[in-house]
Write a protein that binds this ligand. Structure first.
Ligand code: BMA
Length: 381
């Protein structure tokens, strides 16, 4: 009996040593430089909490460069699952990859194999895994169809009132969210869910989407946002999401907050602004809007980012260094996301041989513009 007892004692001691070694090997999540803030999801996974911390700490050092669909395709090439090469037009120009990777889940709700821009969801999953493994940050938008008419996101027939509590299409919408939840839950690295930023129902103050201004009331929009969070978080138990709210260009704090679902439902604030061939107006809008964004975000103690931007085809050869950079510098945004490089007539990052390539390279060399390589050297633990 004595031997059994001493054996148990030894095992207990060994267990304690293992636990202590483990506890000392991981740094604590919160400290004086990163204090605990309330998140939308109280059951948020540890890797997702770490993503929040990583964004917080890197935002003190610079702005992470992001690109929509970057490893999916560029001008003149497309990801091929059989070859499985991790490529990007950003890398072709600069030699380094983006730090933030945007993907769009439009048509996941329909159980399609490809999204609305013909990106296969299996390829997207693989590219998300690769980007995450390299230390990249994933952000997901959702150009979902109109659930009432079955038209596209741009079919502005009123639908929001039909998919919120009391609406006749609520079950259909729940099913759509379930499909999205299943896709997000399928994003795994070494058995753990890959953390993502989810940015649904963006640019709601513009009138071009069915969830946009004039196509639904602000209170119905808020109800839709809250219901979407409840479904993902509480019903489908997805705990690897930070939620981002991002209007299109605004003229005041109150315009920014017109559709805001509340602090308890948003982790990150963003803004989308494009240069529609008027660089002077764009520069002013970026300057003014990032100020509005940072004022609100600081008051609310939230992270903030420039969630979509670009100048289609980049006709101005000095756009990155002269128009964009001076107006985002020291703005405090965690990242900037350039929209997709679909084709010669629709791209926002230079491809090899583009006349803005040299300027883009110079912009990327700025000390405070962080590409993947820079991100990998920052201690975000
Ligand atoms: C838009 C355009 C469209 C695309 C959509 C969703 O801004 O790029 O061609 O379908 O985004 O990615």
């Amino acid at each position: 009996m004595k031997t059994v007892g001493s054996k148990i004692g030894l095992i207990k001691k060994l267990c304690l040593l293992v636990v202590l070694a483990w506890a000392f090997s991981c740094k604590p999540l919160y400290n004086a430089g990163y204090e605990k803030t309330p998140m939308v999801d109280k059951k948020l996974s540890l890797p997702t909490k770490r993503l929040h911390k990583k964004l917080f700490l890197t935002s003190k050092k610079g702005i992470i460069l992001g690109h929509q669909d970057s490893p999916g395709y560029g001008v003149g090439w497309k990801y091929d699952a059989a070859v499985d090469a991790f490529e990007s037009d950003v890398q072709k120009a600069t030699g380094d990859f983006p730090g933030v990777y945007g993907f769009d889940l439009g048509h996941i709700e329909l159980d399609k194999t490809h999204n609305l821009d013909t990106v296969g969801f299996a390829s997207m999953r693989k590219n998300i895994l690769d980007a995450h493994e390299k230390g990249g940050v994933i952000t997901l938008s959702w150009h979902l169809n109109n659930p009432f008419s079955d038209g596209s996101s741009w079919d502005t027939i009123s639908a929001v009132d039909k998919i919120i509590p009391g609406g006749a299409y609520i079950k259909k919408y729940e099913h759509w969210v379930e499909r999205l939840a299943n896709f997000v839950k399928s994003l795994k690295h070494k058995g753990k869910g890959i953390p993502v930023i989810f940015r649904p129902f963006h640019e709601m103050n513009g009138n071009w989407f069915w969830w946009g201004d004039g196509n639904c009331s602000p209170s119905d929009y808020v109800a839709l946002w809250k219901q979407t969070v409840h479904l993902l978080r509480d019903k489908y138990r997805v705990h690897q999401i930070l939620y981002a709210y991002s209007p299109n260009i605004v003229d005041s704090e109150s315009t920014f907050l017109k559709y805001y679902p509340g602090d308890a439902y948003v982790d990150i604030l963003g803004i989308d602004i494009y240069d529609h061939n008027d660089s002077e107006a764009y520069a002013k809008n970026v300057r003014d809007n990032l100020k509005i964004l940072s004022n609100i975000a600081k008051r609310k103690n939230k992270l903030y980012a420039f969630t979509e931007t670009g100048s289609e085809k980049i006709p101005n050869e000095k756009w990155f260094t002269e128009i964009l950079y001076p107006n985002i510098q020291a703005s405090g945004i965690a990242w900037i996301l350039f929209w997709r490089n679909a084709r010669e007539s629709h791209h926002y990052v230079p491809f090899p041989g583009h006349k803005s390539e040299t300027d883009f390279i110079q912009f990327c060399k700025s000390k405070d513009i962080l590409l993947l390589g820079n991100l990998q050297t920052i201690d975000t633990q």
